[in-house]
Design a protein around this ligand. Sequence first.
Ligand SMILES: NC(=O)C1=CN([C@@H]2O[C@H](COP(=O)(O)OP(=O)(O)OC[C@H]3O[C@@H](n4cnc5c(N)ncnc54)[C@H](OP(=O)(O)O)[C@@H]3O)[C@@H](O)[C@H]2O)C=CC1
Ligand SMILES: CC(=O)N[C@@H](CCC(=O)OP(=O)(O)O)C(=O)O
Length: 346
Amino acid sequence: MIKAGIIGSTGYAGGELVRILTGHKDVEIKWFGSRSYIDKKYADVYRNMFQIVDAVCLDDNMEQLADQVDVIFTATPQGLCASLVNEEILSKVKIIDLSADFRIKDVKTYEKWYGIEHKSPQFIEEAVYGLCEVNREDIKGARLIANPGCYTTCSILTAYPLAKEGLIDMDTLIIDAKSGTSGAGRGAKVPNLYCEVNENMKAYGVATHRHTPEIEEQLGYASGKEVVINFTPHLVPMNRGILATEYAKLTKDVTWEEVKAVYDKYYANEKFVRVLEKDVYPETKWVEGSNYVDIGFKIDPRTNRIIMMGAIDNLVKGAAGQAVQNMNLIFGLPESEGLDLVPMFP
Ligand SMILES: NC(=O)C1=CN([C@@H]2O[C@H](COP(=O)(O)OP(=O)(O)OC[C@H]3O[C@@H](n4cnc5c(N)ncnc54)[C@H](OP(=O)(O)O)[C@@H]3O)[C@@H](O)[C@H]2O)C=CC1
Ligand SMILES: CC(=O)N[C@@H](CCC(=O)OP(=O)(O)O)C(=O)O
């Protein structure tokens, strides 16, 4: 049995980790970490866990936790994991960080986009970017996983095969993405109040969103050249889900079938990536509650552009599900263990 601790178990991403790991046959959650609910029963924080989780919340003490578990998930605000981790801890446990602390290889880029000083730059190089479909082999041997962001997981996987094969002109790539409100976390914030979000849609972080350099870096590795994109996120009135719509010029004349063959080259054997049939476009409802990424695309001959669309559940493939997929790879378990989550509909 793998013993797991979750720092930030009372947030939305942490809560989703609890839900998924509770159903994982090889994992026992030993530590339900919290800052605000110490000594309170976890099921009193999330009453959906009544008679399922009996534990109480514990202090977020990474040093103490490292002696008691095999893997620590940090589902905490930006900067916290980097401020806690040290060599002794990493010599004892695997760390899967759901925040952005170790996602970006250039520390100056991280500090510029996040507006905080990085407290452990010495671990950035060894951290593995935990996008399982792309970095599977490196993940298996990692001590520290930088679990990808939600918008980024969706945006990168949707464009990755075409970027890798040089089928799209990366200078023309524009990503327009929408997210449900759980993406903003459980903490109270005025822009996320019911009256502000319900019956409303808004762009935010225009030309400044912190996921931009993460997408650029990863698609840069894929295409082999520097990538600079427009990325515009929107908040939409739903709980979960991300839909990314991506536009780019094609570099040559291709048919739908030829593009599909490129996607199949990379994803035909990927359980969690579903490339949809011709003229079928992803919907967030089709992936809700699951670890799937659904991808569809259309070639527009009038503009010589391809329009690629991807959908994920931000809390599952965009956070906790991908984190568990990473854990399975690290511990040599079947990659989909605990993740056979059938999408819920409606
Ligand atoms: N929500 C999403 O869709 C996604 C989130 N993520 C990432 O996961 C992380 C958590 O996000 P999310 O769950 O949305 O956020 P929430 O605000 O819902 O949860 C934050 C969690 O961190 C804990 N926490 C906050 N401050 C501290 C602190 N100073 N010390 C210790 N613990 C602290 C909170 O504890 P308490 O409640 O007990 O105060 C809570 O458990 C973030 O890095 C986010 O970027 C990644 C992908 C998607
Ligand atoms: C709707 C919303 O606010 N979404 C968050 C992104 C989700 C998240 O928590 O970011 P990571 O995936 O990088 O961890 C945001 O825009 O900052």
